[in-house]
Design a protein around this ligand. Sequence first.
Ligand code: FE
Length: 206
Amino acid sequence: MIEKEAMYKITYGLFMLTTTDGEKQNGCIVNTVSMLTDTPKRIVVFVNKSNYSEELLRKTGIFNVSVLTESTSFDVFRQFGFQSGRDVDKFEGGRYETSENGLYYLTDCANAVLSAKVIDYYDYDTHTLFVAEVTEAKTLSTEKSVTYEYYQSYIKPRPNAEPPKTEGKGKWVCKICGYVHEGEELPEDFICPWCKHPAEDFEKVG
Ligand code: FE
């Protein structure tokens, strides 16, 4: 058997992935950046195909990884994680630095930035695995890198802190990001519009 809970025991970091369509830049939050080889410096990142970033990465092949710190606010996750770059310019109005490859990276809540160039990519149904060569790497601060577990415990708003008012109608709350879906029934194939998690990660309230 495969216990879903056992899979949750794997540790992850959290990163902002910057990509470009040639003109506009896009950023998304990923938890799947790892170093593949030390000499030369190669990294891997897996990106869900429903993310606009996945399409941009296949097309342009360059990206930045901002390593997020424990001081990253939920607003950053909301801005970059819970909406699509297809619909909005996520960097509009923000203040960001630019690395040698011309892409933005975060400075306030990142302790390092890695720039990389895709050398291979592999298709795995829902996700694409990108292998990339690091072209620039810079330390930005001594703050601690945030883990996915830290995010879950200390950054993400507690769903129970403010239970949504039901007003007679059923509501379903995403346990991952707090998105609220109104309705008695939640369709089996429902996908959270914010965090892209499936219906099984929702719980009924009220
Ligand atoms: Fe969600």
